[in-house]
Design a protein around this ligand. Structure first.
Ligand code: E4P
Length: 216
């Protein structure tokens, strides 16, 4: 399973990259706004800066909701760097845009996916990645990881090539459960990635080894 980091914060992207386990980056308009990135030129430059840091798929989301504008915007984003993946919402014009980008060799990430039916549509349109939002599903008292397992089973039976990118990850346990359920990728906040490191017996064991090392 690949690891993407889910942030537009350059310091956090660098920290995850320096750990040596980072395969890509996802952003969304909320994450870009959180970093104070405003205006088209600054937005495009920020994506270019992320591409300089990480050599892997970098998702950049379109802000328009009609087919024609999505295509224009997506082309502009894709022109920033060969690693840019155009992130498109799961709406009717979004599906048309996914198909357009697929036919024109532009990689896509279909976002805001909350059901197996939506994941089937994304795969039919040729999306490179599909992003089920598991944390938001859990927040609404459904089972996000169960959706990952269902999509993984459908894609395997049907031979769909779209990669399952588990998004809206809230903690390290989500990452483990998504790996078990068959996600191809998890996109995670830095805290969740670092959460995988934690085990009290590791800390206790290391403290004892270091104490005993003084007697060597
Ligand atoms: C990533 O592609 C998604 O936009 C992101 O994971 C959503 O996460 P959230 O539910 O924590 O906002």
């Amino acid at each position: 399973m690949k690891f993407f980091i889910d942030t537009a914060n350059l310091a956090q992207i660098k920290e995850a990259h320096d750990l040596g386990v980072l395969d890509g980056v996802t952003t969304n308009p909320s994450l870009m706004a959180k970093e104070g990135i405003k205006g088209e030129a600054n937005i495009l430059k920020h994506y270019a800066d992320i591409c300089e840091l990480v050599d892997g798929p970098i998702s950049a989301e379109v802000l328009s909701t009609d087919f024609k504008s999505m295509v224009e915007e997506g082309k502009k984003l894709a022109a920033i760097h060969p690693n840019i993946v155009v992130k498109v919402p799961m709406i009717k014009d979004g599906v048309k845009a996914l198909k357009y980008f697929t036919d024109n060799g532009i990689k896509t990430n279909c976002t805001l996916v909350f059901s197996a039916g939506q994941a089937i549509l994304a795969a039919k349109a040729g999306a490179t990645f599909v992003s089920p939002f598991i944390g938001r599903i859990d927040d609404s008292s459904w089972d996000g990881v169960e959706l990952i397992a269902q999509i993984a089973q459908i894609y395997s039976i049907q031979g769909f090539k779209t990669e399952i990118l588990a998004a809206s990850i809230r903690n390290a346990l989500h990452i483990v459960k998504c790996a078990e359920a068959g996600a191809d990728i998890c996109t995670c906040p830095l805290d969740s990635i670092l959460g995988l490191l934690k085990h009290p017996l590791t800390d206790i064991g290391l403290a004892k080894f270091l104490e005993d090392a003084k007697k060597m």
